[in-house]
Design a protein around this ligand. Structure first.
Ligand code: MN3
Length: 251
């Protein structure tokens, strides 16, 4: 009898652990709650481009002024307009983009591609800065060392993801459901906020590897563009995003 009771106890304990209230922390309800704590949660499918925090020429020689001008005023402007057009007068018009991303399999490709294009570029512009010799500090540096071993190892992993992404897409540094840093890449305008993404979480650093992002200056030499990118990373902003993401996930 005693043996039976203890067996039942083990089964109940196992069941509670396996089928408890939050057995899979990385599901949609988890991400919905986490995303709602982020400052960019206010963005909806009816949003405008934010002004660039620097002039087109300020990222030279890594990214030339003409590429920045076309990228921001044509490519990003078009994603923004198409997203606004695609969500106007639909259930998605007032919905936070981050909410839309957690259920993106329910959206038409037109919404997915343009909402992704709108947000990915908005994030990308903020994590770039004129060359100033910045480096990661504080909590972010600690997390990089913990997750990758060193800054050089992070650069290697991220650069490989960017160089090996087949065709158009993006490389990402993302805070996962446990608050750890992970590197990945996505095709097209997909991103780690999307429910369809293999690696999910809050992206804090990204690199656009569509040809329109580098072709005028680098032509087919994507690897040179990726290697030069590290000179213009705005580590202060990446660090701010890391700390915001960590608080959203852990509290
Ligand atoms: Mn682009």
């Amino acid at each position: 009898m005693k043996k039976l009771l203890s067996s039942i106890f083990v089964v109940v304990l196992f069941s509670a652990f396996t089928f408890g209230s939050n057995p899979l922390p990385a599901d949609n309800s988890f991400w919905s709650k986490v995303f709602s704590r982020l400052s960019e949660y206010q963005l909806t499918g009816q949003s405008k481009q934010l002004p660039l925090p620097y002039a087109y020429k300020d990222l030279e020689p890594t990214i030339d002024a003409k590429t920045m001008e076309i990228h921001y005023s044509k490519h990003h402007a078009t994603y923004t307009k198409n997203m606004n057009d695609a969500t106007a007068n639909t259930d998605n018009s007032a919905k936070p983009l981050f909410q839309l991303f957690t259920e993106i399999e329910n959206s038409p490709a037109l919404v997915k591609n343009n909402a992704g294009g709108f947000y990915n570029h908005l994030l990308f512009w903020t994590i770039l800065a004129p060359e100033s010799g910045q480096a990661p500090k504080g909590e972010l540096l600690r997390a990089i060392n913990e997750s990758f071993g060193s800054m050089d190892k992070l650069k290697e992993a991220f650069s490989n993801a960017a160089k090996k992404q087949f065709g158009s897409g993006w490389a990402w540094l993302t805070v996962d459901e446990k608050g750890k840093l992970v590197v990945s890449s996505t095709p097209n305008q997909d991103n780690p906020l999307m429910s369809t993404s293999e690696v999910r979480g809050i992206p804090i650093l990204t690199l656009d590897v569509w040809e329109h992002a580098y072709y005028l200056n680098y032509q087919n030499r994507r690897a040179d563009y990726v290697d030069a990118f590290w000179k213009i990373v705005n580590w202060k902003e990446v660090g701010r995003r890391y700390e915001e993401a960590l608080v959203a996930i852990l509290y």
